[in-house]
Design a binder for this molecule. Structure first.
Ligand code: PEP
Ligand code: MG
Length: 584
């Protein structure tokens, strides 16, 4: 029987249309390719597993020592948990089962561990006991550590997915999304997530048509089912009929044609119809995005989210490795500015190696996130500063601090920057003179309200409208349940942005905006009207925003922004802005 066509609605967070087979990712599972092995390799493969187990036990014991030395009550709990992990690596079902599968199924150790975890998880699920179901995550944690030790390199998830697959999952973390290879994966759709979360940002950066927040999507979808993801409208269609597929193929062709038309704007300046030049820069997460940055004609990098280079690995990149990564970005930009943001770790973007005994719950959105974690771990910040300073010798680098809320944080960070520079000089390493400009993100409401004071201590501002919206309106930016309430046109938020822009203009320091609204042509007139003439966005949106700027009259935009700022109702503001946009 032909399967029935099913439709799901979600949020189209990365444009484009993808059609391909589903690759359903089980939550928490790590994808590893399965390999058949000859009989003679069974014993060596079992030995490889034993070596990985011994290494995992050593790693966990080391973690226990560090935890005992560092923390209090939470640390004690962690020590017990790690004890449980050690037990799971003894003569447990996981270990015995994996060994048996290697022998009976003649498969590689990675696939055997994966299959055993899946089997244990299934048994646990069927027990309907909340304590036991919570243990599934622990087993997965131990299993994933084994897999990492076995492969010796960071595991590339989804590598088993056939070319052009659409990844389907309950939830994809930003770190998972960073591992989707656009040459292999066609698109993605998930039940969780929202448009301003870092998963959405990463999907846009990779140019993967993506729908998030599609409720019920995973209920009965199977790997191999044909899927259409419409990232423009937020539709996901499972098992489409031939007629539906043909209609979406036409749309896909049209979308590609439109993208090519916009590509022609690459070398044309972003100037308003009355002659005001606007700077359009790119937001970048990983060096692999640099082709897109060049293709989009970005005039610089307004935000390099350095934390993505620290994800999907067990260790912290060394100073030399960080220099190499930064240089690979700076080298492409030549003389064009590159704004490197120091680590914004925490909340949606955990970096295990930096937690170092800190309870993960302490790095929530309101916890030790961004600059707070960096100031709590000055050694890691110093290393990062040294790497940035060394890389800055080969380009026009600026340094940006995330999650700033007080002047004292800027002062402390500047002190550490100077100390890092002095250390390099003592080592005989050249350091840019003067030091690169040190700017701050305006993304915490308190920072926006104190923007005049911060402007006295900062060399530039970058408004992070994503977090500024989240913290001002108390709406989790990655949560599908409140995604519809996330409204950047809320008058409270606009006032904070206008106040910050005025503070920067009065202090004569540059101001840019790098939140998602910077890349949405709907908001361009309003942002220019605030006096913000530097916009940084996901590279693929640069042509769209440029097109909008070229048809805009700056004087009219200024006037409309002033009218909007007299309003108190978000609905009326939206109407005034959309009417203005429709006039163009
Ligand atoms: C922001 O918060 O708007 C921002 C640009 O930073 P991120 O999205 O990385 O939190
Ligand atoms: Mg932010």
């Amino acid at each position: 029987m032909t399967p029935k066509e099913q439709h799901f609605e979600g949020l189209g967070v990365a444009v484009g249309i993808a059609i391909g087979p589903a690759y359903v990712r089980e939550s928490g599972a790590v994808d590893v390719p399965e390999r058949r092995i000859p009989k003679k390799d069974i014993a060596p493969e079992q030995k490889r597993l034993q070596v990985a187990i011994r290494l995992a036990r050593r790693q966990i014991r080391l973690l226990q020592t560090r935890t005992t030395a560092k923390s209090g009550v939470n640390g004690e709990e962690l020590v017990y948990l790690l004890d449980a992990y050690l037990h799971m690596l003894q003569d447990s079902r996981l270990v015995r089962g994996a060994e048996r599968r290697i022998a009976e199924n003649q498969i590689n150790a990675e696939a055997a561990v994966n299959a055993e975890i899946a089997a244990i998880a299934e048994v646990f699920h069927s027990m309907d006991d909340s304590y036991i179901s919570a243990r599934i995550d622990d087993i997965r944690e131990v299993g994933n550590r084994l897999l990492r030790n076995l492969t010796k390199t960071p595991i590339k998830p989804f590598s088993a997915a056939p070319s052009g697959s659409i990844v389907i999952a309950e939830q994809l973390s930003p770190a998972d999304t960073a591992q989707l290879d656009p040459d292999q994966i066609g698109g993605a759709a998930t039940v969780g997530g929202s448009a301003e979360g870092h998963t959405a940002i990463m999907a846009r950066a990779l140019g993967l048509p993506t729908v998030l927040g599609a409720s019920g999507l995973t209920d009965d979808i199977k790997t191999g089912d044909i899927i259409i993801v419409d990232g423009n409208a937020g539709h996901v269609i499972v098992n489409p009929t031939a007629r539906t597929t043909a209609a979406y193929e036409r749309r896909r062709t049209e979308h590609r044609k439109q993208t090519r038309r916009l590509d022609r704007l690459r070398n044309i300046p972003a100037v308003t119809s009355d002659g005001v030049a606007v700077t359009l820069q790119a937001n970048v997460e990983l060096p692999i995005e640099m082709d897109m940055v060049t293709q989009a004609g970005a005039e610089g990098i307004g935000l390099l989210r350095s934390e993505f280079m620290f994800m999907n690995r067990d260790d912290i990149p060394s100073e030399d490795e960080q220099v190499a990564q930064l240089k690979s970005v700076i080298g492409v930009m030549g003389k064009r500015p590159v704004t490197v943001r120091t680590l914004d770790v925490g909340a949606e973007k955990p970096v295990a190696a930096l937690l170092n005994g800190i309870d993960p719950s302490a790095v929530s959105n309101l916890g030790l996130r961004g600059i707070r974690l960096s100031l709590a771990q000055p050694n890691a910040l110093e290393t990062q500063f040294r790497a940035i300073l060394r890389a800055a010798n080969s380009g026009a680098v600026r340094i940006l601090l995330p999650m700033i809320s007080t002047v004292s944080e800027v002062r402390k960070a500047r002190e550490i920057l100077k100390k890092s520079a002095a250390k390099l000089t003592r080592r005989g390493v050249k350091v840019p003179d003067p030091l690169p400009p040190l700017g701050v993100m305006i993304e915490v409401p308190g920072a926006a309200l104190a923007a005049d004071a911060l402007a006295q201590h900062s060399d530039f501002f970058a408004i992070g409208s994503n977090d500024l919206t989240m913290y001002t309106l108390a709406i989790d930016r990655g949560n599908e349940h409140v995604a519809h309430l996330f409204d950047p046109l809320h008058p409270g938020l606009l006032r904070l942005m206008e106040f910050s822009a005025n503070a920067a203009l009065r202090a004569r320091i540059p101001i840019s905006i790098c939140g998602e609204i910077a890349g949405d042509p709907r908001f361009t007139a309003l942002l220019l009207g605030f006096g913000i003439h530097e916009l940084s966005m996901t590279p693929s949106n640069i042509p769209l925003v440029k097109q909008r700027i070229r048809e805009l009259d700056m004087a009219a935009a200024n006037h409309r922004a002033a009218v909007i700022m007299d309003q108190v109702d978000a609905g009326r503001i939206a109407m005034l802005l959309d009417d203005f946009n429709a006039l163009a």
